[in-house]
Design a protein around this ligand. Structure first.
Ligand code: AMP
Length: 112
């Protein structure tokens, strides 16, 4: 059974895609929490961060570097947040690892 994000990756569901490469895809969050709110998703369907293993190290590093590049491209490179919700108790609702990239408004710390 494909996750929602696998369906977006496979173009079976529409999304506002802002970036794609061989390892990951980024698209606008359908329910944005900030003026810029993009989800960066590995093509590999790792359910959550705690399911990643040492063999995923290069992929996770690629996601972090790509998040920084994307933030710059999206015009929020000076002030943005990268967030990963791990588990339902932390607000994870789609069990396919993804990085939230949020910016374009003042971001409070800690988040709720
Ligand atoms: P999380 O709660 O961390 O699992 O994040 C899942 C995110 O996916 C939420 O911010 C949702 O608004 C977003 N989302 C759910 N469905 C879609 C969709 N079809 N296209 C884009 N974003 C979505």
């Amino acid at each position: 059974m494909k996750t929602l994000f696998e369906k977006i990756i496979d173009k079976e569901l529409p999304a506002a895609i802002v970036y794609e490469d061989e390892h990951c895809i980024a698209f606008k969050d359908i329910n944005p929490g900030a003026p810029t709110h993009v989800l960066l998703v590995p093509r590999k369907p790792i359910p959550k961060l705690t399911d990643a293993s040492v063999e995923d190290q290069a992929l996770l590093g690629h996601l972090m570097v790509t998040a920084g590049k994307l933030a710059k491209q999206l015009g929020v490179g000076e002030a943005f947040r990268v967030a990963i919700n791990n588990g339902a108790g932390a607000g994870q609702s789609v069990f396919h690892l993804h990085l939230h990239i949020l910016g374009g408004r003042p971001l409070k710390w800690p988040p709720g």
